[in-house]
Design a protein around this ligand. Structure first.
Ligand SMILES: [Zn+2]
Ligand SMILES: [Zn+2]
Length: 260
């Protein structure tokens, strides 16, 4: 078997899933996904972060801080955590996982999520792992349910039950990419429902691939709480940094600053 693997490696040298660099040349171990450069370049979501939504707060020094938005509109979930910032190699890794359906990459991302959840949440109090139900358009276009795959691996890693059907969409919503935060919030308000028999008096770990505005996670948490869930924690593979979005789109930065 080992001989066969060596032969295949000779014909098709293993390459980094992100930059295509030859992995045997870079001395990577068998089964590695990334070259050392890409691995080192994964942007970590570092403390200090907002105690509620996990947004990075540059310059903050207090142990417990909430961002302006969470202070004004407290989310229905207890806290959100993500191992990576949604940019650079982390963004590319998620893109490859979702659109090219690289399952091993998904497992690797889920392992990072398990570590991030373990660092911030009381894992022994979590009863159930629930994925955010996929958007109909995402299903239609890719036929791939990323949150479900991440949640399944996470459930296995943490030794918790995975309840894919605990949460469902009650109506179709517009895609959120181009919407402002207020519009995103309105867009997903009441768009989810949870099964009381599955979540009542349970502490739920909600799983999604990326946390952008937090509007979807908040709407899901509201539905879970309405169905009797005692607490909801949120873990995603990546978190969009607010600042980066603002700089990229100066017009929206000005609008956001005025509307805050
Ligand atoms: Zn690479
Ligand atoms: Zn926040």
């Amino acid at each position: 078997m080992h001989l066969l693997t060596s032969f295949v490696n000779l014909l098709y040298p293993p390459t980094c899933v992100l930059c295509r660099a030859n992995l045997s040349a870079s001395g990577a171990t068998d089964g590695a996904l990334f070259c050392s450069g890409c691995r080192a370049g994964m942007p970590r979501c570092g403390p200090p972060v907002c105690a509620a939504c996990g947004l990075e707060l540059p310059g903050a020094f207090d142990a417990i801080l909430r961002c302006a938005r969470c202070r004004r509109f407290p989310p229905a979930f207890q806290a959100a955590a993500a191992p990576w910032r949604y940019e650079g190699t982390a963004q590319e890794a998620l893109r490859q996982f979702k659109y090219r359906q690289r399952h091993r990459l998904g497992e690797w991302l889920a392992d990072g999520m398990a570590a991030a959840a373990g660092a911030r949440f009381p894992l022994d109090e979590i009863d159930l792992i629930v994925p955010v139900p996929p958007h109909w358009l995402a299903n239609r276009l890719r036929g791939f349910d990323a949150p479900h795959h991440l949640a399944r691996r996470l459930a296995r890693q943490l030794g918790k039950p995975h309840a894919r059907r605990a949460l469902r969409r009650t109506r179709w919503t517009a895609t959120q990419t181009r919407l402002s935060w207020t519009k995103r919030r309105r867009n997903v308000h009441g768009a989810f429902a949870a099964k009381p028999q599955m979540v009542r008096n349970r502490t739920v770990l909600l799983v999604d691939d990326v946390l952008t505005s937090g509007a979807t996670a908040d709407a899901c948490a509201r539905a879970l709480r309405a169905a009797g869930a005692s607490r909801v924690f949120v873990v995603t593979a990546a978190r969009t940094p607010f600042v980066r979005r603002a700089i990229r789109n100066p017009q929206s930065a000005i609008r956001n600053a005025c509307s805050r």
